[in-house]
Design a protein. Structure first.
Length: 271
């Protein structure tokens, strides 16, 4: 039995199939964990979701694009940046069953025996493991609950439905919103942990005041971190025990798998 991670697929179904072939993935023996952003940008998002949904020993953390899809499905976001790509997925009759499955996916996967965590974008460096688990569970709890729709209004439109106060105070809701941004969107922060959404480039040419989230992460004495979301890194620039496996397949580069047992990388180039 081997554990494999695969980075952001973004609707690149053909490349995903090829990569599973290359690693000789066996659904009865192996485990597959994906870093999220399975969908959008590429044009075979539905095929990707159906494939992952059907595999038995697979899990995926939610990325910002899965959250967008859930918000579209709740009628809160109307469209994604590429309407043709979005429509193909959003108006599919097969989507409902998959959405019900997607809503139950975690924000964070933790393996306490193998000592790794999987997250879409990242964490804050000073977060300890207990805090990380607690923050992820709070988000997962809301997404699974009947308050999910109201929470998406808050997340995407900043509209506060008072039903939400049956769960949390406004301050707590703001913290949860911030934590979602960290888990699903963070690249750099500045000034006491404000997130930067403007500079997407690699750390070599970064503005001096920005700090990549993966510098000085405190849990590395115990855990490794596998993440996606930041394709310009191309698996470089990160410290030991932090693995970026989004290698920009949807941008014409490649799709990456990492085998946990031997830390070997496998690649498929974009067709
Ligand atoms: Mn992303």
């Amino acid at each position: 039995m081997s554990i494999y991670f695969i980075g952001d697929v973004h609707g690149c179904y053909n490349e995903l199939c090829k990569l599973l072939d290359i690693i000789n993935y066996d659904d009865n023996k192996d485990q597959l964990l994906l870093t999220g952003d399975l969908i959008f940008r590429g044009n075979k998002s539905l095929e990707v979701l159906k494939l992952i949904y059907k595999l038995k020993n697979t899990n995926v953390v939610l990325g910002n694009h899965e959250l967008n899809l859930l918000a579209i499905n709740n009628g809160i976001l109307l469209k994604n940046n590429n309407l043709a790509v979005t429509n193909n997925l959003v108006f599919s009759s097969e989507l409902e069953e998959i959405i019900n499955w997607l809503k139950l996916r975690p924000i964070l996967i933790i393996n306490k025996i193998k000592k790794f965590i999987v997250v879409h974008a990242g964490i804050l460096p000073f977060w300890g493991i207990k805090k990380i688990i607690k923050y992820a569970k709070e988000i997962e709890f809301i997404l699974k609950s009947k308050y999910c729709k109201y929470f998406f209004y808050f997340l995407f439109k900043n509209i506060v439905h008072e039903e939400l106060f049956e769960l949390f105070t406004l301050n707590k809701l703001k913290c949860i919103k911030f934590n979602i941004s960290v888990f699903t969107r963070i690249r750099y922060y500045y000034n006491y942990y404000q997130l930067d959404n403007n500079y997407l480039g690699n750390p070599v040419n970064k503005p001096i005041y920005l700090i990549p989230w993966f510098n000085r992460v405190q849990i590395l004495n115990k855990y490794s971190i596998i993440f996606g979301h930041w394709s310009v890194l191309l698996s470089k620039y990160t410290p030991n025990k932090i693995y970026n496996i989004d290698t920009g397949c949807c941008w014409g580069k490649k799709l990456t798998a990492l085998c946990w047992d031997n830390k070997k990388y496998y690649y498929v180039n974009k067709n």
